[in-house]
Design a protein around this ligand. Structure first.
Ligand code: A2P
Length: 308
């Protein structure tokens, strides 16, 4: 079975979950059903991905009981002042009556009454960011839906140290996780050390470097893979597992979905301490690179973003 990682609320999260960002609605139900049949017990979703109804369909198709699955979703940015409303839509889309984990998707509240429900813009073409709304207010509402029992744990995504420090002083509940772009070209060593000091579990999105990734073709990764009789993807996922980081590889290809689960477990077992250190150092040898840009300008205080 898949290894688990303990969260600060006492529950456990499967260390490997299926990512669903950019999975087309017509593909994602089959991908989710396949993943669950193959042994995945953790699905990562978001209101903003626009495919939650199909993810829910896949969960039902799999025949795996709801209570055996760890389901995460995320609050979209136009809903920071309406947490329960966004959550209720997600629950109804997925066809479930609770989530295992609910995250603030981005530390950027956007105007709920703007000119577009998902990406409101100002007349000058910039994102319509709601600067009057504080992240601590969002977090208060996150704590409320937790208290109501609609979600079992709450956390954040794309939060830097600076953004975490906007909520921690008034938080009654410390976020259980921070979901970030983590892979050997963007290892975020300092942020991870901070998360560890606060007992916040890191989760890695785009662990393979997203689509068309140069990471899978990296010489060092390929050499390690060959020596250990692994696929390059297994090395990338195993590196995360060995560091107790939750990996969320996305795929809609059945064979890859299956191999990512088994490869992640095998990779974490086979990588030596030296291999892990070598991979830890890749980004410092001029390979630092982020593949996912935020859907707004980086002038909003993302102090963990290397381009800032
Ligand atoms: P697909 O969904 O068509 O199978 P990430 O998780 O970093 O966002 O990467 C997802 C991308 O990597 C997708 O384009 C996915 O393609 C592809 N992918 C997923 N698993 C593997 C794998 N084991 N080997 C190669 N590419 C993969």
């Amino acid at each position: 079975s898949v290894p688990k990682i303990k969260l600060n609320n006492g529950s456990e999260i499967p260390a490997i979950g299926l990512g669903t960002w950019q999975s087309k609605p017509e593909e994602v139900a089959a991908a989710v059903a396949h993943a669950l049949k193959e042994g995945y017990r953790h699905i990562d979703c978001a209101w903003g991905y626009g495919n939650e109804k199909d993810v829910g369909e896949g969960i039902r198709q799999s025949g795996v009981p709801r209570s055996d699955i760890f389901i995460t979703s995320k609050l979209w940015s136009t809903y920071h002042s309406r947490v329960e409303e966004c959550l209720d839509q997600t629950l109804s889309n997925l066809g479930v009556d609770y989530l295992d984990l609910y995250l603030v998707h981005w530390p950027v509240p956007m105007n709920p009454k703007g000119n577009h429900p998902v990406f409101p813009l100002l007349p000058n073409g910039k994102r319509d960011v709601d600067h009057s709304w504080k992240l601590s207010q969002t977090w208060e509402q996150m704590e409320d839906v937790l208290k109501k029992g609609k979600v079992k744990a709450i956390g954040v995504s794309n939060f830097s140290v600076k953004k975490l420090e906007e909520i921690l002083p008034t938080a009654n509940i410390v976020p259980a996780v921070d979901q970030l772009e983590i892979h050997p070209y963007n290892p975020q060593h300092e942020l991870l050390a901070y998360l560890c000091s606060k007992d916040i579990v890191p989760q890695a999105y785009s662990p393979l470097g997203s689509s068309g990734s140069p990471l899978l073709k990296d010489d060092v990764i390929q050499a390690i893979a060959q020596r250990l009789s692994l696929q390059p993807a297994d090395v990338l996922l195993g590196w995360l597992g060995a560091k107790q980081i939750v990996a969320l590889p996305k795929s809609v290809t059945p064979a890859r979905i299956t191999s990512n689960l088994h490869g992640a477990v095998a990779g974490a077992k086979k990588l030596s301490k030296e291999d892990i250190e070598t991979i830890d150092g890749l980004a410092t040898s001029g390979k630092q690179q982020r593949f996912i840009m935020p859907p707004w300008p980086v002038d909003l205080g993302f102090d963990n973003w290397p381009d800032k």
